[in-house]
Design a protein around this ligand. Sequence first.
Ligand SMILES: [Fe+2]
Ligand SMILES: [Fe+2]
Length: 134
Amino acid sequence: MQWKPEYAIGIAEIDRQHQTLIEFVTEFEDAVAGKVHWNTVQPLIVRAREFVKFHFAVEESLMQIVNYPRLVAHRAEHLYVLKQFAALEHRVLRQEMKAELMPLISAWLVDHMTDSDGPFGRYALGFASASRAA
Ligand SMILES: [Fe+2]
Ligand SMILES: [Fe+2]
């Protein structure tokens, strides 16, 4: 999967981390396509979950700083994704879930980034320009 400029939410550090998420998505695609051995998927999920956990913590800190009104709902989405990743870590050991994997990964990472992080980026940029004007 390729990073597209329209994925940018306008906060440089978050956008860099989202590019890393897209790199993880690409690694998952390669595993599903058989470019790397399926055995590499479980450690890949572990690595992705660790990075995602770090990324979510960064986002939530920023949300706190700018008093983001949807912080509680957004945090709940993050928790849901982390729980799903943890469950997936065990599931892939029991079943070769090639067909299911990409829809899940792209819902948790790509859809969240565009549908939930996007509105936060717009809010944060508005907050920053209002602070400059004050
Ligand atoms: Fe994000
Ligand atoms: Fe998020």
